[in-house]
Structures are given as structure tokens and as C-alpha cells.
Design a protein around this ligand. Sequence first.
Ligand code: F3S
Length: 391
Amino acid sequence: MKLTIQEKEMAEGKQGNAIKKSMEILVALGEIYGAEKLIDVKSVQIAGVSYDNLGDAGLEFLEELAKDGKTRVLTTLNPAGMDMENYKALGIPEDFAVKQKKVIEAFTKMGVLPTCTCTPYLIGNNPHFGEHIAWSESSAVAYANSVLGAYTNREGGPSALASALTGKTALYGMHLDENREAKIKIKVETEIKGTHIFGALGKVIGEKVKAKPTYITGIKEASIEELKSFSASIATYGGAAIFHMEGITPNKTTIPSEEIIVTQADIGKAIKEMTMDDCEVDFISVGCPHASLNELAKLAELLKGKKVKKEFWVTTARPTKRIADMAGYSKIIEEAGAKFAADTCCVVAPIKGRFKCLATDSAKGCYYAYSKNQSKTKIMPIEKLVEEACK
Ligand code: F3S
């Protein structure tokens, strides 16, 4: 891989140890994937923030880089393992909290903004069409490539941090137009409406075509919330980093001739698979990916004057929560007995085994609740979640 004079100096350690280590990661990845050179990136999103996933080895790696590493571009963070302010009310143990705070301190020392959200595009890290970025968090990657028209690979936590500290990434994969072209057409022959149904569609397509870029027809309209749900689901169930939705997403692509049809029966089957029998709901969660202001407004409207009788977490970005505070939504939601879990989510928090049956509107949430947290699941629209919570 060709490096510029400045990049060679970075790789040789002339700009410090953190830059040297970062260049090792980026050059190794570039060589594995046959990149011809490095390119500049405009923003970074780093996943792998929960101490539950990082452990002590991950924390040590971050503290080592934080000795002389400083971000060179706008860099935001994925959810942590706990609400950084309200963790006690959510039952997070103190020894976990101590370690989680150290993780955030190491990132903050490097200049990473402790946004702790998987929807950076809702709180100010919002790249524009055609911009090259280096993001981890599969749902945000699919959203950035497909809905915003930015260019990013599905980075891992260490490679995203390496990009943050150098402002660079290797030119391969999703940074090249030829790899973003649709390979298969998906004709949707049923009405798709609501975040849980968009999530079910992502599961159906992801399982049918895996990570292949798709050209999807038959969707009449899609809100930001529906697109974030779909992005999370297609990335979770298939590993896709990009999709094209006719009349909705902005990227150009040739339209493939191979076609798969999605019917109401496919959507019904996906919903059934995520709605398990013998499952008495004891945990309800809204906000996977993190809830938008619109979703918090709707939730406040639905919960007004009611009382929830089950553990109910609303996961969102802290800046979104602050605006919800100003608008009065938070007060209504909390008076109903639901709890905000800002900075975190029910997948990365250390709650394995604590709940038996999660109800959510998120297909991605169902996947991880079952596979990581050993919880059964039920998927339903937000209106039904509120009914379930108040039963
Ligand atoms: Fe975000 Fe957690 Fe869901 S990181 S996409 S809320 S699993």
C-alpha cells in the first residue's frame, strides 16, 4: 500500500506511540483487503464501549492509547454498559460502574465525545452525501451508507479508534463505488408500516440474501425511525452495510435482474419467530436503535396518566433526553414509572439472566436479547408495548 511522506512518519512513530499503533492497524487492514492507499475521513463513530464487552484487556488498550493519542476528526461513541448518571436506579453493580467510568475517561482524554449512542446521526454526527467516514456500529453503518449516502466500512472498535486518532482509513470495500452497487432486487408485495414491521422486513431480507447490497422496491414511504429500525435489522440478520430503497434512499445504482419477492406471509413468519410462546413479559424496552425525539413524544402521549407495572426501559442518547426534558416528555414518561436508560441499551448493559421475556418494537433487540441475554422475546408496535406494560 502506498503511503505519503507524512503517513510514513506517522507509521514510524514520529508523531507518537498512539499514532504508530493506529497506523499499524490501518495499514494491516489495508493490506489484507488490497487497498491501494489511505484516505482522509471526516468523522468517526466508535463501538465497543461497554465494559461488559471490553473487559480489563480492552480497558488497558484504551488507557495505553490515551497516554498520547488525540482525535483529529469529529468522533462520537456508541452506548456504554450503563446510564452514566442513573445507573443505580437501573440496578447496575458498583464494581461494574467503576470500570465503565474508566473506559469513558480514557475515551474522553483522547478527545472522543462521550455521546454514548448508536444514533450519532440524530445528535450532531451527521455526515453528508458522499463523505468518507469510519464508523463502527452495524446499524449506524447501514444507515450512514444507505440513508445518508456517506461512505463507510463496518469498522471494529479498534480500527474506528485508529481512524479517529489519524483522520484516515484504508481505501477498500464500501469506500469504492463498485462495491456499493445493488446485487439483487427485492420486490416487496405487502404494506410495510411501523418500526416493528420495518424490523421484520430487515430480518426477512437479511436472512434471504445475507450481506449482498439490495435494491428494494414497493416501499411507499419510510420515516427516519422506520429506516433506523430497518438498518439495524438488515445489518443484524444479514450483515449488510448498504441497501437501496427505490424512491427513498439517495445513492445511484444499476438495477439488478435477479429478483426475490417478499410477501405478507414472509413478514408474518418473521414476526412469529420473534414472538415466542411460553413467554410472560417481564421487561419492556423502547429505543433500539436509540429513540428519536419523535419516538419519545409518542411514548409520552401514550403513557400520559398511566402507570406501568413492569420494568420499562427507554434507551436514548443523553442529548435527545435533554431535549425531551425541555419538552416535558421525560416527566410524563417517568411519572408513568418507565425509566430512562440514556447512554446505554438493554443489549450492552450487564443484565444477562435478569429478565425472562423482553417485549420490544426492535427486531435487532429481539436477536440480541435471545442470543446474548438468554431472554425470550415478543415484538410489537409501541402502542401495544404500552398496553403490555400497564397490564
Ligand atoms: Fe443501539 Fe443497543 Fe440496539 S447499541 S442498535 S440500542 S442493541
